[in-house]
Design a protein around this ligand. Structure first.
Ligand code: F6R
Length: 607
């Protein structure tokens, strides 16, 4: 979590650091801070809460200087207060940190015994003191960092400034991402290429364990064993414009409406429309030999994985194990030799998923990742990279990344089915034609925006909302509930429709809206029976179905939302739209912060 940026520049840096933080605010927004080197001093300005507070603070306490570091925080250790805000500093050293120093307590105890005092409750401040001790003992910045890094356990990206070395910064990464950007007579550090987009497109991605000494015209990189190494400089595709809201009120709204375009863009890489075939990237393993897939992810990406489980099993008869990454890693899962482990992630940096990926790698699994950031750590550690082309997703609640993940997973399910002899050419062509209908169907679903906005007034007063679905639409019920709770703060739960009668139906009364996802198809009748059980107990139903479904079961509902009639393979993509819109408009009615909901951050780089 958290975003960090550093500039060794030729001009004043405060404004540019602030702009970089703005681009990374999706990584955390509990507090923010800047430190520059000026006239032999470390000049700090920090503020609790959103970046706008820091901007205000800087107007009265400016931080002049051409070299500086900055941070936007998602709190882990210590409340989101000003004194816990980064940069953390001693007289000699200031630093910003993304990640967690797991052994900070013992390090802090040692430092306290040696007479050091702390101003914050954070794990990060101990690193500033450890480096400071080395500097005070006469070591150079490089030797001080070299001495301290081996003492740290956990995940971190650091950018460190030294009072007595005003023309340099040192960066370091282990577990959390850090990039080096090359400008014209300036060099930058940042959590991601997006943060540096207006400054430079020339980016080097540091490898695990690397650390780097940055001056105005050089970046000297060392690996984890302190050997000098070169890292390739590539041109980042990150565009500054990609993170503008345009005419939309919120990023989330913009991203919901981008879905037809980005799903089409993503499908373009996975199907050949003329040949009507699925086309996956080159693999250097035999996919038809895979006998079991283990899917691991978190949050919304996990729900995409749950949908894929239905597809892989149904279309390809391929057994799937699936788990949330935070549980998977520590339950000692039994992995078949030669198995395929599939990780799904928008950011490609989620610490739980990354830890699970590395565990599977150690266990000899082939690693496939469905990831939206092609330069992310997961992308770089995969044997098979299956990129989604959703473009930067800034709204904290994932929307377009989810439907793009589903598009890739649907193509992968079809590919498995072909390779396992479960789909002949004709059936494959039919599946491809359905996949290619997805963008138009997403457009049709978006046409119900105004109607869903009106409906949001019925949902906004509720204290609890339930979502029901069956089969591949059950994960959509989970996703609908997650979207609603994370941005509107209304308590919501998703249930497999048939599971209601085993307990949750006790929650039903007239105050609980129940959103039912029921496309026409083999599971429709059964879902509707469960819906009637809810209605019989006074539950207020919002039914999302196609015209046939609504004609059959729409009467007496609190509200209905009509979706186009679609093949079951693309139903989860299309039905994602109304649940996203319902959550979005409900949050707008409630006046919550849609793009930056409380307590959350976009990229969760701590376990
Ligand atoms: C919910 C949401 C989160 C993420 C989860 C995994 O809207 O965005 O639940 O899906 O934190 O993140 P990634 O996909 O980046 O691994």
């Amino acid at each position: 979590m958290c975003g960090i940026i550093g500039i060794v520049g030729r001009e004043e840096v405060a404004e540019r650091l602030l702009d970089g933080l703005k681009r990374m605010e999706y990584r955390g927004y509990d507090s923010a801070g800047i430190c520059t080197l000026h006239d032999g001093d470390l000049v700090r300005c920090r503020a609790e809460g959103k970046l706008s507070n820091l901007t205000r603070e800087l107007a009265t306490s400016p931080t002049p200087g051409e070299v500086g570091i900055a941070h936007t925080r998602w709190a882990t250790h210590g409340a989101p207060t000003e004194c816990n805000a980064h940069p953390h500093a001693t007289d000699e050293v200031a630093l910003v940190h993304n990640g967690i120093i797991e052994n900070f307590r013992s390090l802090r105890d040692g430092l306290t015994k040696r007479g050091r005092t702390f101003e914050s409750e954070t794990d990060s401040e101990v690193v500033a003191h450890l480096i400071s001790e080395q500097v005070e003992a006469g070591k150079s910045p490089e030797d001080a960092v070299k001495a301290v890094l081996p003492q740290l356990r956990g995940a971190f990206a650091l950018a460190i400034a030294f009072r007595d070395h005003p023309d340099m910064l040192i960066g370091s990464r282990r577990g959390s991402p850090l990039v080096v950007g090359f400008g014209d007579g300036e060099i930058y550090l940042g959590s991601d290429a997006l943060a540096l987009a207006p400054l430079t497109q020339k980016i080097a991605y540091l490898d695990e364990g690397d650390w780097v000494v940055v001056t105005r015209d050089s970046a000297t990189i060392y690996d984890k064993d302190n050997n000098r190494v070169e890292r390739e400089i590539s041109t980042s595709g990150a565009s500054a414009a990609a993170i503008e809201k345009g005419n939309y009120r919120h990023f989330m709204q913009k991203e919901i409406f981008e879905q037809p375009t980005v799903v089409a863009q993503t499908l373009n890489s996975y199907v050949r429309p003329l040949e009507q075939q699925v086309a996956l990237p080159q693999m250097d393993f035999d996919i038809s030999a895979i006998s079991r897939v283990t899917i691991v992810a978190c949050g919304t990406s996990y729900y995409a994985g749950l949908v894929a489980k239905y597809w892989f099993e149904q279309f390809a008869r391929l057994p799937v194990d699936i788990d949330v990454a935070s549980e998977f890693r520590y339950r000692e899962p039994v992995l078949e030799p030669g198995g395929l482990a599939l990780f799904i992630s928008q950011s490609g940096e989620t610490a739980d998923t990354l830890a699970a990926l590395r565990h599977c790698k150690e266990e000899g699994q082939t690693i496939a990742v469905v990831v939206n950031v092609p330069t992310s750590t997961m992308a770089r550690e995969a044997d098979l990279l299956l990129p989604t082309h959703a473009g930067p997703e800034i709204g904290v609640a994932s929307t377009k990344a989810f439907t793009c993940q589903l598009a890739v997973l649907a193509a992968l399910a079809a590919h498995f089915a072909v390779k396992r002899g479960r789909l002949d050419r004709e059936q494959e062509a039919e599946i491809v034609s359905h996949l290619l209908e997805a963008p138009a169907c997403l457009n049709a679903a978006l046409n119900h925006d105004a109607e869903i906005a009106a409906m949001a007034h019925l949902i906004a007063p509720a204290r609890d909302v339930l979502y029901l679905g069956r089969g591949a639409d059950y994960p959509l019920a989970l996703e609908g509930a997650l979207k609603l709770k994370e941005i509107s703060y209304i308590h919501a739960e998703g249930y497999a429709a048939g599971e209601m009668k085993h307990g949750p139906i006790a929650l039903i009364d007239e105050a609980v809206p129940v959103v039912v996802l029921a496309p026409s198809g083999p599971l429709f009748e059964k879902t509707v029976s469960n819906m009637q059980e809810v209605r019989a107990r006074g539950g207020k139903i919002v039914l999302i179905s196609d015209r046939e479904g609504l004609e059959e079961a729409g009467e007496g509902c609190l509200a209905t939302i009509e979706m186009p009639r679609v093949h079951p393979l693309i139903a989860p993509l299309v039905y994602a739209v109304p649940v996203q819109l319902l959550a979005y408009h409900t949050a707008c009615v409630k006046g919550t912060d849609v793009d930056q909901p409380r307590n959350l951050a976009k990229s969760v780089t701590v376990e």
